[in-house]
Design a protein around this ligand. Structure first.
Ligand SMILES: Nc1ncnc2c1ncn2[C@@H]1O[C@H](COP(=O)(O)OP(=O)(O)O)[C@@H](O)[C@H]1O
Ligand SMILES: [Mg+2]
Length: 274
């Protein structure tokens, strides 16, 4: 709708998981490298936690894509809210890995264990990624803990990465035997510089020759979004729309304030402002 007005080929700030618009800030790169390292070395399970809209699902998909491109991995990705009971979780994991499920829990577990040993002999690393893992209730986390017990003297047979909101960390804290085995990886919000880079990156991918956001506007986006990518994208999209209705292709601080109020975002100073 506003593409022609700004000389764009497409919308730059769509909240869709299009990998072309993925901007790997150092925070994102760090989380990805850590997961990849733990998986490739069969070192241990990781939990990635961060605020809503910080990019967890985006990173989970990227990791899934990265791992799937390499035949030494077999990856399954699940969404926690679909899973209610230990049995449902176990069956879903088995199905995702192409393991036969049985009527009894124990028999399905046996099939899964046989699969893990078989993959070990084939030198393939099975990787289980679970998104929205803050929804996993205690018994389900206990099952994850149980699956982590499949190991040789030197290696884990199943690699696990959980992604969830900050609450995930407290859920894991409440199970000390699980906590002691898992490696945390916190996904922080972007700083002012990365916020600016993400905006410029997305504008370029969408075909912009000029960045319409003034430095003051960019700072206002950072303060209002607290450096969270989803909020950054929503603000930018609304601000571009506001610029079109004002017939002003320069996005200044006032346009951001207008966008923030239309989104009912509360303007606040980012705690981590630099
Ligand atoms: N690294 C990134 N580069 C570009 N856009 C991003 C990035 N991370 C997140 N986003 C944008 O923010 C939105 C929210 O990210 P998402 O991964 O769904 O967050 P979370 O799962 O933490 O709530 C995504 O749809 C995407 O548009
Ligand atoms: Mg998510």
């Amino acid at each position: 709708m506003y593409e022609a007005f700004y000389g764009l080929r497409e919308k730059p700030f769509r909240i869709s998981p299009d990998p072309r618009f993925l901007f790997l800030a150092p925070q994102h790169q760090e989380v990805l490298s850590k997961c990849q390292y733990m998986i490739d070395g069969r070192i241990g399970p990781v939990y990635v936690f961060g605020p809503i809209g910080s990019g967890k699902t985006t990173i989970a998909r990227r990791l899934h894509q990265q791992l799937s491109e390499d035949p030494r991995h077999q990856v399954a990705i699940l969404i926690a809210p679909d899973l209610r009971t230990q049995n449902a979780l176990l069956r879903t994991i088995a199905k995702e890995f192409g393991v036969k499920t049985e009527r009894s829990f124990d028999e399905t577990l046996r099939n899964l264990a046989a699969f893990l040993r078989e993959r070990r002999d084939m030198n393939v690393v099975p990787v289980l990624l679970i998104d929205e893992a803050q929804m996993l209730r205690r018994p389900l986390l206990k099952l994850i803990h149980f699956l982590l017990n499949y190991e040789t003297n030197t290696e884990k047979l199943l690699q696990v990465v959980l992604f969830g909101q900050n609450e995930l960390a407290s859920r894991i804290d409440a199970i000390p035997e699980l906590k002691s085995r898992m490696f945390p990886s916190a996904l922080a919000a972007l700083d002012a510089r990365d916020t600016e880079d993400l905006i410029a990156f997305r504008m370029t991918v969408a075909g912009a020759n000029l960045n319409p956001f003034t430095p003051e506007a960019t700072q206002a986006i950072f303060r209002t979004s607290l450096g969270l990518p989803r909020a950054i994208c929503q603000l930018c999209d609304m601000a571009l729309l506001a610029g079109l209705s004002r017939k002003n292709p320069v996005i200044d601080e006032a346009a951001i304030r207008e966008a923030a109020s239309s989104l009912r975002f509360e303007a606040k100073e980012a705690a981590h402002a630099r």
